[in-house]
Design a protein around this ligand. Structure first.
Ligand SMILES: [Zn+2]
Length: 438
């Protein structure tokens, strides 16, 4: 029997039926396994972008879990398309722009600076013009869309607020999308959150909750504790971490699919900056799907880049690589999913960095990323502050894109390999500039 499209937990294999359970967290989560809901596309799903569509959730609708879930419960494709269009138009009203497909462009200046030959080079994806100035809206659009669909299907009652713990790009994207969707949003922020960001969140009608550490708090981020309390009271997770909401990872697949449409020849490597991991994991999954359906000739080598200030991914990746050598990759992945703390451990003393958007003390969505990274012959890179600053300077100067230092962190990994003589001049390299300077 052909495999059907489903939302499946990577650790325990649970298939979530959205009529019975919101498609966000695995119903069995809570033990020490690495529960993470993951969209598994059925064998009948082809790589069939509608290239006339400029909105990613419209262009790739047939490759999305929400589309399949709605279709299998009686919706027509045009009814789903109308929901995408309505939400995107509302987002455009709020943010000034709707969510749009991008696609890599070769930067001749960047390619020349790194000594690339004419058949190789560096291609740049620019996500800085998305609503609220970063790719985060890609993650959250699909969640907001699903809640609309779920209400229409009678799976959700619509009265629950959305919640996010963030004071950066994720919070801003969440506030824009929540306002567009006409939903209440609780944003849990630390005491040191920037006044500008808080003012912007309030302008967008978000309810900002400042979270000092309470005396009886367990260790960890008090914003996350308050966020979890809100979820326990019925709020819906509107954060960009797959461990809180598995659906958010899917949105980043569309960034890879834009690259497939624009450059069907594919790439030799892709440099992905990693904080919580949803972006890089989603991109890698999108690339894997495109290769499986013959739309890309091969998986690019996946280079996952973290700042030396906070780099929990590299040791977890090493553990997975070691277990792979002892057996095979599938067995290693099963072992890692069976006990999360065996490989992925939060960093105990996080440092600071110019790349402030990738300082998550734990790489929540690490396992799919490391699996595909190892399968592609990639690596987990750890870059210095000097390299992050150099990448930021060079990236902005060479492309004219007003990107932030987090957004050029992937390029820092490319500079690391270039300096070590590991960048072949004939390689086709891809970087994603994820966020605008604020
Ligand atoms: Zn599970």
């Amino acid at each position: 029997m052909p495999a059907e499209t489903a939302l499946v937990c990577a650790a325990c294999g649970e298939r979530v039926d959205p009529r019975a359970h919101p498609p966000f967290r695995c119903p069995r989560s809570g033990d020490d396994r690495d529960h993470l809901l993951n969209v598994r596309l059925g064998s009948e799903v082809a790589f069939t972008p509608v290239v006339e569509e400029a909105q990613p959730f419209a262009r790739y609708a047939s490759m999305l879990w929400g589309f399949d879930a709605a279709r299998s419960r009686g919706w027509s494709a045009s009814r789903f398309a109308n929901s995408v269009q309505r939400l995107d138009a509302a987002l455009e009203d709020v943010a000034g722009v709707g969510l749009r497909c991008t696609g890599p462009q070769r930067s001749d200046a960047l390619s020349d600076a790194l000594g690339c030959s004419a058949d190789g080079g560096v291609w740049v994806v620019d996500e800085t013009n998305q609503p609220s100035g970063s790719h985060k809206a890609r993650h959250l659009f699909g969640v907001a869309l699903w809640i609309d669909v779920a209400e229409a299907l009678g799976f959700a009652d619509g009265g629950d607020p959305l919640a996010v713990a963030s004071c950066g790009n994720a919070a801003l994207a969440a506030a824009n999308l929540a306002l567009a969707a006409g939903r209440e949003l609780l944003v849990f922020v630390p005491e040191q959150a920037s006044a500008d960001t808080l003012a912007e969140l309030r302008r967008l009608d978000a309810e900002v909750v400042v979270c000092p550490r309470e005396e009886d708090d367990p260790p960890g981020d008090p914003c996350v504790h308050r966020f979890h309390e809100a979820l326990a009271d019925g709020a819906l997770p509107f954060s960009c971490q797959g461990t809180e909401n598995g659906l958010v990872v899917e949105g980043a697949r569309t960034i890879a699919w834009d690259a497939v449409v624009a450059e069907p020849r594919g790439f030799d490597r892709v440099q992905l900056q990693v904080g919580g991991g949803a972006f890089a994991s989603g991109f890698a999954q999108g690339a894997e799907f495109a290769v499986a359906r013959g739309a890309w000739p091969k998986l690019p080598r996946i280079l996952a880049v973290q700042s030396a200030a906070v780099s929990p991914l590299a040791p977890a990746w090493r553990a997975l690589a070691k277990w792979t050598e002892e057996g095979d990759l599938d067995a290693a992945v099963r072992r890692a999913a069976g006990r999360r703390a065996a490989a992925m451990r939060p960093v105990e003393h996080p440092g600071t960095s110019v790349a402030e958007g990738i300082l998550d003390d734990e790489t929540y969505d690490w396992l799919e990323l490391a699996r595909l990274g190892i399968a592609s012959g990639g690596a987990a890179q750890v870059v210095s502050e000097d390299l992050l600053r150099e990448a930021h300077r060079l990236g902005r100067e060479a492309t004219g894109i007003d990107v932030c230092a987090t957004g050029t962190a992937g390029l820092a990994g490319l500079l690391l390999d270039h300096a070590a003589g590991k960048l072949d001049p004939h390689e086709r390299a891809l970087v994603v500039f994820t966020g605008a300077r604020r």
